[in-house]
Design a protein around this ligand. Structure first.
Ligand SMILES: Nc1ncnc2c1ncn2[C@@H]1O[C@H](COP(=O)(O)OP(=O)(O)O)[C@@H](O)[C@H]1O
Ligand SMILES: [Mg+2]
Length: 377
C-alpha cells in the first residue's frame, strides 16, 4: 500500500514538473530576446520583465496541489499584466486555465466553494459578453473556457471524494469484521478457561482428579484459542483479498466441537439438527458458527443455568439457528441491556450483513438467541 501511495506521489510530482516546464517553455517564446531579428528584440528591461512573467506563470505549478489558490492568483496577475501591457496573452491564459482546474481539483472546501462560485460567474460573464460584444466572441470564449476548467477541477475532486469515502467505508467494514472475530474467539476461549479454572480451584482440595481434568481442559482451551488467534492474525497480515481464504475458517459442521467444549465447562449442551444438513456459503457457515459460539459463551458466562440446546434448522431458503438455555428467566430478563455488549451486537451485525436477522432475549425458560441466515442474500 505504501508502495502504491509513493508511486502515485512520484507520478503526481512528475506531472506537475512537466506542466510547469511546458508552460514555462511556452511563455519563454514570448520574451523579445536580444538575438531576435531587428524590430523584434526588446530592451534589456523588457526582456527581464517578460522573462519574469514567464517564470511567474510556470514555476508556481510545482506547488499546484498544495497551494492551488495562490497559483491561480499568481497566474491571473501575470495574465492581467500582459493584458494591460498589450502583450501576447496565449501562454498566460493557458496557465490561468490550468490553475483554475487545480483550484477545484486540489483546493480545500473553501477554495472549492470559491471555484464553484467562480464557475457560475464565468458562465454568466460569458452570456453577458456574448450580448455586449456582438462583433467579437473572444471574451465569451475566454469566460466559457475558464468556467469549463473550474468545473472539470470540481468533477475531478468529487471523483476523488467518492473513491476516498469508498476506501474509508471498506476500511471501517474490515475493522468491524476483525473486531467481531476477535471478540467472539477471545471471549469464548477465555470464558471457558475461567469456568474451568474456577472448577479446578474448588475441586483441588477435595477431588484432585477433577482438578486435573479441569486443568487439562484449560490447557486444551488455551491451545485452541491460540490457534484461532493465530489464524486471525495471519488473515490480518495478508493484504490481498484473494488470500482471505488461505486459512480454513470454522464451519457449522464444527459446532459439535463447541458443544463438546461447553460440556467440559459444565454446561449440558446438546445439538439438534432438523432438515437435510448441507454446505452453505463460506460467509453463512462462519457467521452461523460464530452465533452458536457466542451464544454458548453467553450461556456459560451469564445464564447461571445448567443446560443449553442448539438447534440448527436447515430450510430451503437458509438456516435457522436457535440457542436456548435454562438460566433463571428473571436474570436473563434483567440482564439484557439495550444495545447489549459487543457479543450480541456482533451477532446481529453478522446476520444483517448476510441479509438475515437475529433476535435475543428471554424465552420460555431462559435466554434464547434466534438467528436466520439466508442461503442467498
Ligand atoms: N444466555 C444469557 N443469559 C443471560 N443473560 C445474557 C445471556 N446472553 C447475554 N446476556 C446478557 O446480555 C448482555 C450482552 O451480552 P453480550 O453482547 O454477549 O456481551 P457480554 O457477553 O460481553 O457481556 C450480557 O452482558 C448479559 O447481561
Ligand atoms: Mg458475550
Amino acid at each position: 500500500m505504501w508502495n502504491a501511495w509513493s508511486q502515485r506521489r512520484l507520478r503526481a510530482e512528475t506531472v506537475d514538473r512537466l506542466l510547469a516546464a511546458w508552460l514555462g517553455a511556452w511563455a519563454l517564446f514570448d520574451v523579445p530576446w536580444w538575438w531576435r531579428p531587428p524590430g523584434h528584440g526588446g530592451s534589456g528591461l523588457a526582456i527581464l520583465a517578460i522573462a519574469g512573467l514567464a517564470v511567474a506563470q510556470s514555476l508556481p505549478f510545482l506547488w499546484r496541489r498544495q497551494r492551488p489558490a495562490a497559483v491561480l492568483a499568481v497566474t491571473a496577475a501575470a495574465l492581467a499584466v500582459k493584458y494591460g501591457a498589450h502583450l501576447n496573452q496565449w501562454s498566460a491564459s493557458a496557465a490561468v486555465l490550468a490553475a483554475a482546474y487545480g483550484l477545484g481539483a486540489y483546493g480545500r472546501q473553501p477554495a472549492r466553494r470559491a471555484a464553484r462560485l467562480l464557475a457560475v460567474m464565468a458562465v454568466v460573464a460569458a452570456v453577458i459578453s456574448l450580448q455586449a460584444f456582438r462583433g467579437s466572441h473572444s471574451a465569451a470564449i475566454a469566460c466559457a473556457l475558464l468556467g469549463t476548467a473550474l468545473v472539470l477541477g470540481e468533477v475531478a475532486a468529487s471523483h476523488r471524494d467518492v473513491a476516498t469515502s469508498a476506501a474509508r467505508h471498506a476500511h471501517e467494514q474490515d475493522r468491524a469484521v476483525l473486531a467481531r472475530e476477535i471478540h467472539d474467539v477471545v471471549a469464548h476461549q477465555l470464558s471457558a478457561i475461567a469456568v474451568q479454572a474456577g472448577a479446578a480451584r474448588f475441586a483441588s482440595a477435595d477431588d484432585p482428579q477433577v482438578a486435573v481434568t479441569a486443568v487439562a481442559a484449560i490447557e486444551q482451551g488455551a491451545r485452541a484459542g491460540l490457534a484461532e488467534l493465530n489464524t486471525l492474525v495471519r488473515r490480518l497480515r495478508q493484504s490481498g483479498a484473494a488470500d482471505h481464504h488461505a486459512d480454513p475458517q470454522p464451519r457449522l459442521e464444527d459446532v459439535g466441537g463447541l458443544i463438546e467444549r461447553a460440556r467440559e465447562s459444565g454446561l449440558r449442551a446438546e445439538l439438534l439438527v432438523d432438515g437435510e444438513a448441507r454446505p452453505l456459503t463460506d460467509a453463512v457457515e462462519l457467521a452461523g458458527y460464530r452465533v452458536v459460539q457466542e451464544s454458548l459463551t453467553n450461556a456459560i458466562r451469564h445464564a447461571g443455568g445448567t443446560a443449553a440446546t442448539v438447534r440448527l434448522r436447515y430450510r430451503a431458503d437458509g438456516i435457522m439457528i436457535e440457542v436456548a438455555d435454562d438460566g433463571p428467566a428473571e436474570l436473563a430478563d434483567a440482564a439484557v441491556s439495550p444495545g447489549g455488549g459487543a457479543g450480541l451486537a456482533g451477532m446481529g451485525e453478522r446476520a444483517r450483513l448476510l441479509g438475515g436477522q437475529l433476535e435475543a432475549g428471554r424465552g420460555q425458560q431462559g435466554f434464547v438467541v434466534r438467528a436466520f441466515l439466508p442461503s442467498a442474500p
